[in-house]
Write a protein that binds this ligand. Structure first.
Ligand code: 5GP
Length: 253
């Protein structure tokens, strides 16, 4: 049997060549990293949960007309996605102060922000994904002004969708990161939401208790990461069919 071609391996995912031109297979690993990979572990079941959660969010976005790279889930750890050219930016949207914003500006974690704040980081692991301004983005040609207008609109739509969805299951969407890809339809370029949306890339706090249900559980050693992600999946109804509500998802490689 021929081995499939690995296109790219990141910290939490692997991209393989897809079955048709213009497609890729996105494989979710169990590896967890934080602080630019200075902290590392393998969390059994994380990849399975993120695969299902990312599928759920991307399908929801498609249903409200936000284009994404997601085509279909293939199995417990893999999904078929549209190949795209990733814009070299991490787009962060914040509703409440936390993480690097709190550190940078001295604002207490949990403080509501007067309006959603959108930040851009240049995607470069060696540099630790530094915060950049639209001036840098324009000057270095990472995205055009039209792209930036579209990216801002996409980021705010994702924020509205995810905030409402989470609020409905008793979770506060503190902040999140997305990545954007370019696809070409003939002479036209379109921007789509790419990569993943999962508790690895969001801050999710229980509305009543403030309990953290996201990757900060790993970053800050607050308990079991799979328990936290399973709780998010359970509340959203994202569970394998065979599981009863109180069961954890069955982990199959
Ligand atoms: P902060 O800038 O406060 O560290 O992160 C803001 C938000 O973006 C958090 O929800 C965090 O999980 C997400 N985020 C920022 N950088 C990355 C990254 O490199 N990988 C992932 N998965 N999420 C990130």
């Amino acid at each position: 049997m021929a081995r499939r071609k690995k296109i790219y391996e990141g910290k939490a995912k692997i991209l393989y060549e897809g079955p048709e031109p213009g497609t890729l297979v996105q494989y979710f690993k169990d590896d967890a990293t934080a602080f630019n990979a200075q902290k590392k572990d393998v969390i059994e079941g994380k990849g399975v949960l993120n695969n299902r959660l990312s599928e759920f969010f991307m399908l929801g976005l498609a249903n409200i007309g936000v284009p994404t790279h997601f085509l279909k889930r293939l199995n417990m750890r893999e999904q078929l996605v549209r190949a795209c050219e990733i814009v070299p930016l991490e787009i962060i949207v914040r509703n409440f102060a936390a993480g690097s914003l709190s550190t940078r500006l001295g604002i207490e974690e949990g403080t509501p922000l007067p309006r959603p704040i959108v930040e851009y980081c240049y995607k470069d692991d060696k540099l630790g994904d530094p915060l950049v301004t639209e001036e840098h983005i324009a000057a270095f040609g990472w995205a055009s002004q039209q792209d930036m207008d579209d990216i801002l609109a996409l980021a705010l739509r994702v924020n509205d969708y995810l905030s409402g969805l989470m609020y409905g299951v008793g979770i506060k969407l503190v902040d999140f990161k997305i990545e954007i890809g370019r696809v070409y339809d003939g002479d036209y370029q379109r921007l789509i939401v790419a990569d993943e949306i999962s508790p690895d890339s969001c801050r999710l706090w229980d509305l009543e208790t403030g309990e953290k249900l996201d990757k900060d559980v790993f970053r800050r050693d607050l308990g079991s990461l799979t328990d936290a992600y399973t709780e998010v999946a359970r509340r959203l109804g994202v569970m394998p069919k065979q599981a009863t509500p109180m069961d954890k998802p069955k982990l199959i490689n």
